[in-house]
Write a protein that binds this ligand. Structure first.
Ligand SMILES: *Cc1c(COP(=O)(O)O)cnc(C)c1O
Length: 362
């Protein structure tokens, strides 16, 4: 039986009726931008995270741009960002005229460490972007101890917990989320959010998402038009009560892989710093990851190398490419995402592990 790389459809099947009814209600209701559904979703997500403020924005990339700007990052500033992440992490830095200073990751966790960030600090460093990659949780407290504000890119880590139980996305000065359909909490289109406990920062983001205005008639900043749609917020509200169960399903999938003996055949991702990841992607490392991917495809099993070319080697990042990042190169070369979802069964995991074993790639 084929095993897909991810399954966003099955978990939503039990919600189908209520999602359709809610969509009809919003369409008939006449409020589409920054209405009661967005406010309610913001409050409910803030309650889930146990943080004072969440603000909905258009997508996870805008969330990073607005958070960086609200933190005072601007042209000429340096922002430390890992090279092994989705492109948007560094793009958000460059698009506001700041310099992404690429730092390394620990290939065992795929996250930055205090050592890799320290090595990238400059006199002009205004912020560090801690990307909680694949749902793992970067060590934010240790990064803050370096004396620089930390912005968490938690696009892949909604539902993950840091050591001590605090939610990923509540650990730094601000954090950003994405509700891209395949993320842990997926909208039916684009969506994103910023979370913070800093009231001044929240006020700045609320202005920036609406053209730099507080009252919609006077304009204090050159801002953005970046809102979470009322329709998306309404549907996300119906999903949010299921998020923890879905995350537990992802954790169970990881446990199934370990129990089926995958660790004998490939390097399994290691939770960083005692955290409890809600594995957004389950990414193993293998010396022959492309050959493994081909063998899995032949067995009907989905897999994908998301970041084979790390960001400091991407054409648009040429001005910031003069760095040596051995951990990044190793992760880029060896990583391979294998199927994970809230509903991946132990039978499916066993099938994937059997296919990895049968590939016999050493
Ligand atoms: C998905 C993602 C983003 C961007 O989110 P969008 O909603 O697609 O704009 C940013 N950073 C990381 C690590 C992501 O995975």
């Amino acid at each position: 039986m084929a095993v897909p790389l991810f399954d966003t459809r099955t978990p939503l099947v039990p919600l189908r009726e209520s999602l359709h009814a809610k969509a009809a209600e919003v369409l008939d209701g006449g409020r589409y931008i920054l209405g009661p559904e967005v406010s309610a979703f913001e409050q409910e997500l803030a309650h889930y995270l146990a943080i004072p403020t969440v603000l909905g924005v258009a997508n996870g990339t805008d969330a990073l741009v607005l958070a960086l700007r609200a933190m005072g990052v601007g042209p000429g500033d340096d922002v430390v960002v890992p090279s092994f992440t989705f492109y948007a992490s560094a793009e958000a830095v460059a698009v506001i005229g700041a310099n992404p200073v690429f730092c390394d990751v620990d290939p065992r966790t795929f996250c930055v460490t205090p050592e890799t960030v320290r090595a990238a600090l400059t006199p002009r460093t205004r912020a560090v972007m801690a990307v909680h990659l694949f749902g793992n949780v970067a060590p934010v407290a240790e990064l803050e101890a370096l004396g620089v504000p930390v912005l968490e890119d938690a696009a892949q880590a909604l539902g993950s917990r840091a050591a001590g139980g605090r939610m990923a996305g509540t650990l730094g000065t601000a954090a950003t989320f994405s509700f891209f359909p395949s993320k842990n909490l997926g909208a039916f289109g684009d969506g994103g959010a910023v979370a913070t406990r800093d009231d001044a920062l929240a006020e700045a983001i609320a202005m920036l998402r609406f053209h730099g205005s507080r009252d919609k008639v006077s304009f204090e900043l050159v801002g953005h038009n970046s809102r979470l749609d009322e329709l998306q917020a309404a549907l996300l509200r119906l999903e949010l009560p299921h998020l923890d169960a879905w995350c537990d399903g992802r954790r169970a999938a990881a446990a199934h892989y370990a129990e089926a003996g995958l660790g004998e055949l490939a390097a399994l991702p290691e939770p960083a710093d005692g955290c409890d990841p809600a594995w957004h992607l389950y990414v193993i490392r293998h010396e022959r990851s492309d050959a493994l991917s081909e063998a899995l495809a032949a067995a009907g099993i989905g897999s994908k190398a998301y970041y084979r070319v790390p960001l400091h080697r991407q054409a648009a990042m040429k001005p910031w490419s003069d760095v040596e990042l051995p951990g990044t190169d190793e992760a880029a070369r060896t990583h391979l995402a294998i199927p994970v979802s809230p509903v991946l069964t132990s039978e499916q995991a066993a099938e994937v592990v059997a296919a990895v074993r049968a590939a016999d790639l050493g």
